[in-house]
Each structure stands twice: as C-alpha cells, then as structure tokens.
Design a protein around this ligand. Structure first.
Ligand SMILES: C[S@@+](CC[C@H](N)C(=O)[O-])C[C@H]1O[C@@H](n2cnc3c(N)ncnc32)[C@H](O)[C@@H]1O
Ligand code: SF4
Length: 542
C-alpha cells in the first residue's frame, strides 16, 4: 500500500512538470515519415445524457449541432488527406459516435475512401445495440465494437445514472448476447472502485462477463478529475483509492482462466488471441475501398497561427521535422492562461499559473480528449492478422487489442481530441462551435501544443509500452537514436527494486505486481488529462 501510494503521488507530482500545453502563434505538427503506423482518432462529443462520473469531452446531444459537427469533422479529415497523411486504423470515440448512425456511416466511408485503413473501432452504448445499427456498423467495416457497460448491477446503474438510459443489467446482458459474434472483437468497458460498489457486485459482474464470453473486457479504475469531484462526492460518494488493489486482484483472478491481459486493464479471450502464424482473420478487401498510396515522403506540417488559425506549410516540415528542437523553438506562446497536463508522464492540473511555465500553455484552449484507446494502439506485432477487416467470419478472427500500446502515433480529429505526431502532442479546441467555425473558415482547429523533449518522449514510450505489458529497450534505443537507459535508468531502477518490472535480455516486462502499478500510473495519467480537459472546458466561450 505504501509503495502504491508513493507511486500514485510521485506520478501525479512528476507529471506536473511534464505535459504542459501552450497556445501558440505558430503551431507546427510534423507529419511522420510514412513508416510509422498511424492511427486516426475521431471524436464525437455528443451523448443523450451525461453521466456524472465522466469527464471526457462530451455535451448533451442536439441534432442540428451534431450534424454541423459531423460535416466539419469530414472537412477536417480532408485537410489531413491534403496534408499527405495516411492512416492505418480508425478509432471513433466519444461521447457517443453512434448517436447519428447515418452521419457516422458517411464519415467512415469517406475515411475508407481516402486512407489505407485496415482496422476500425467504434465506441457505443447499450441502447444503440439495435439490429439495424449492428448491420450498419458491420457494413461500414467496423471490426471492434466497444460498448460502455460499467456494471450490470441495477442498484449501481441507478446510482451512476445509466439505468434509465441504457436499461437494466438484464437488458444490457441481452443486447450484448446478441451482439457477440457480429464483430471481430466485442469489447465491454467496465469500471471498478465506484464508492458503493461492493466486492459482491464486482464478482457478479465478472461472472456475467464470463457467462457472456465477450471477446474483451476493459476494466478501468474509477478516475475522478477536479471537475467531477464535487458531483461525484454528492451523487456517488467519496472514492477510496485504497480499495483499488483488492478489486483489481479479484478481476485478474476471476478472468484469468478464460482471459489474458493485453494491457494492464484490458483482458482478451485466450481462445481468440492471435498466435503468430496461425491467423484466422478474414480479409475482405471489398469491404474497403480504400485507395491509398502513401503520399510523398516529404514531411508536411500543420502550422497554426495564433491558436485560432491553422496553416499548412510543407516546407517547414522538411526532413528534420521529426525532431523537435529548431522548428519547435519557433513555437511561441501567447496568453496568460496555462494548463498543465501531468500524470505519470504527463498528468495535468489546471490552475492558472504564472508566465514562467515552459511547457504547454493554452490560451482559451478548450478541451482535450486522450482516450486510452487512442493511447493504446495496437500494432505491428499482431499487425497482419489484426489488420483484417472483418465482416464475415467475425467469430473466427483474432481479438483486436486495445490500442494505446501499439500505435505510436495518432492524429486526433474532432473537438477536444489530442493527437501525438512526430514527438508533439496537440489538442484541438474543446469548444464545439469554435471547432465548426474554424473548420468552415478553412483552418485547422488546433488550440494547443506540447513538444516533447527526448526525455519526455522516452518516458511516454515507457509508460505506454509497459501499459501493454512489455518494452523492448533495444527497439526504443533504435527508434530514438539515443541510449534508452541513459534517460530512463532511474525509472527502470525504481520499478525493478519494487518488483514491478522484470528484465530479460533487452525486454522489460511487467510482473503481476507491476500490472497494478501500471494501473495506478495510467489512472494518474488519465486523471491528469481529464484535469486538462476540465481546465479547457472552463475556457470555452460557448
Ligand atoms: C468516454 S466513454 C465513451 C463511450 C460511451 N459513451 C460509454 O459510455 O462507454 C468510454 C469509457 O470510458 C470509461 N470512463 C468514463 N469515465 C470514466 C471515469 N471517470 N473513470 C473511469 N472510466 C471512465 C467508461 O468505462 C466508458 O465506457
Ligand atoms: S460515459 Fe459515455 S455516455 Fe456517459 S457521459 Fe461519458 S461519454 Fe457520455
């Protein structure tokens, strides 16, 4: 417990020094060289109702606004195409991406036409699991569907205000049951450590998951941001983080016969995990009509001015654009408000701060969304097989991992998205109307950026790769062209001494204990990001 508290506190504090976004007169986002598999994340920030514990970027659904938003989103997608980007996978997160299925359909088709997409993931809620939607999602080529469940317990569903929206535990179970088998991977999102959640409730939920045999379950620890703290205390009670480990142990213990951890908090069905050389995935090329030569190796960039206007300047992006330094020094910040994102590596907090902050500073930056999915990209290692877009034979195909770990780069499109490209993290404006206006004026809606130093890049990779359970230090050294140990020795030493990491040749691997440490690290990371969102939301003009 002492070590766990230490890790959580250390992560929180350390991160305050790391991720700090700044608004800028000029924002440059280097494009990758075409050899890094890149994920396209699109954010759909609308929900029919808002859950009290959630601090993702979401607003109450209004049809007119949502249609105008989707329209703008498609324009932003075209802007990235014009910049020369190509994407290997698509993740539609929210909010609720399926809120207007026809708009989602149009958007996915456009993306498939423009990029070499080999995998599509979409988030949804149980009330959207209708036969019609399932058919449409399949036709779109969706091969990983992630459904927000949180719990099957009616009492708890009522407490977290989802019962009246998404149905009882039995209703949700039934919907999942007929959805299972329609997609290559059906994931359910669950949460542990709600204040009124007992061990008995957790055990019952786990039994239900095992009974349903869904392909994958992501068990998030409850995260409380500065914005949700008061409402959570009032509606749900005070969170006791000390209970987390006991819950987590129960989750791993009960799931372990049928499921295997693919990240610290995501568990995939063992019988559907792809084993090298034994792919069963069906590739259905007709499903996709993606045309997609990789476009020029020249590195175009996104350059924004005054945090309100984006300009593209491919010259700026010449070959050196991948490395920070020179080009990034051109990033000037303006504005007196500052958001710091901090967590293990980043963690954010959001008080207004003095001028002296060297990192990310936002001026009227609105809200950002970093989702675990965005951070967890799944990659090359199981690449080929998982790249198969299923429509048929869904149950035969291997499970698709959560993503964060494997997609090292991702572009974040939509209001409040955060992207990570070429060593820079950037956030789109969180203000939905401002987002639409900017796009309609032909500008990229980027509001803030953070250029990572080499140490920060390595820390980020350490966090994300070990979240995916292992890290190859040799690969890391090759990727960055520096000795990874020189930068990470203190972190590696600490986790080896505490028994969180084991080393085998160049590989670092999380131990069982380490898996929970990483749950804490990622929890702090997301809390930090949520705080950044909260800060940005407070800046919204609309
Ligand atoms: C942001 S939601 C978007 C998809 C969909 N609207 C839903 O509710 O599932 C994705 C998942 O994030 C998780 N989540 C949201 N707020 C959280 C919080 N405060 N702590 C932990 N997990 C959270 C939930 O498990 C949720 O299903
Ligand atoms: S948990 Fe999902 S449905 Fe609830 S407010 Fe957040 S994004 Fe919307």
């Amino acid at each position: 417990m002492l070590i766990e508290n230490f890790i959580a506190n250390y992560a929180r504090k350390k991160n305050e020094n790391y991720l700090q976004f700044k608004p800028s007169e000029t924002i440059i986002i280097p494009r990758n060289k075409g050899n890094v598999p890149t994920l396209l994340y699109i954010h759909v920030p609308f929900c029919e109702e808002l859950c009290p514990y959630c601090s993702f970027n979401r607003v109450r659904f209004q049809e007119d606004l949502a249609r105008a938003y989707f329209d703008a989103l498609r324009k932003e997608i075209v802007m990235y195409k014009d910049l020369g980007y190509d994407f290997k996978a698509l993740y539609a997160g929210g909010g609720t991406p399926t809120i207007l299925i026809d708009e989602l359909e149009k958007t996915v088709l456009l993306i498939r036409e423009m990029f070499n997409i080999t995998e599509i993931s979409v988030e949804t809620n149980p009330n959207h699991l209708t036969q019609d939607n399932i058919n449409k999602l399949r036709e779109m080529g969706v091969n990983r569907l992630s459904v927000g469940v949180q719990t099957f317990d009616d009492g708890l569903l009522k407490t977290i205000e989802r019962y009246h929206k998404y149905g009882s535990g039995e209703d949700i179970k039934e919907r999942l049951s007929y959805t299972q088998g329609n997609f290559q991977t059906l994931n359910v999102d669950m949460i542990f450590n709600f204040p009124t959640q007992s061990m008995e409730i957790l055990e019952k939920d786990l039994s239900t998951i095992i009974e349903l045999m869904v392909d994958q379950v992501t068990y998030y620890p409850l995260m409380v941001s500065s914005f949700t703290k008061d409402i959570m205390n009032k509606k749900l009670g005070t969170v006791d983080y000390d209970r987390g480990n006991e819950f987590y142990r129960k989750i791993t213990e009960m799931l372990s016969p049928q499921y295997k951890a693919s990240t610290a908090w995501c568990f995939s069905r063992k019988d559907k995990i792809f084993k090298s050389g034994a792919t069963q995935a069906t590739i259905s090329s007709e499903v996709f009509s993606s045309h997609s030569e990789r476009e020029g190796e020249a590195q175009p960039a996104l350059q924004t001015k005054g945090a309100t206007q984006a300009r593209i300047s491919s010259e700026v992006f010449s070959s050196h654009s991948e490395r920070e330094g020179e080009a990034r020094s051109a990033l000037q910040t303006k504005g007196a408000t500052q958001a710091r994102i901090s967590s293990e590596v980043f963690s954010s907090h959001s008080e207004r701060e003095g001028e002296a902050q060297s990192a990310l500073q936002t001026k009227g930056a609105t809200q950002a969304r970093i989702s675990s999915e965005v951070f967890s990209s799944h990659s090359e290692r199981e690449g080929e097989a998982q790249s198969a877009l299923q429509t048929e034979g869904a149950t035969q195909a291997p499970v698709i991992d959560e993503y964060v770990v494997n997609y090292e780069e991702y572009a974040g499109l939509g209001s409040g998205s955060i992207g990570y490209l070429g060593g820079s993290a950037y956030a789109n404006t969180f203000d939905i109307k401002e987002y639409i206006d900017k796009i309609n004026r032909g500008s990229l809606p980027i509001a803030a950026i953070k250029n990572f130093s080499m140490k920060e890049r390595l820390c980020y990779d350490l966090l994300m790769k070990l979240f995916g359970l292992s890290l190859d230090t040799q690969q890391l050294t090759q990727k960055h062209g520096v000795n990874a140990y020189r930068y990470l020795w203190s972190e590696i030493l600490f986790f080896r001494l505490t028994g969180g990491i084991e080393k085998k040749d160049s590989m670092l691997m999380l131990t069982k204990k380490g898996q929970y440490y990483w749950v804490l690290m990622m929890r702090e990371f997301f809390i930090g990001v949520n705080n950044f969102r909260d800060f940005c939301r407070a800046q919204n003009k609309t």
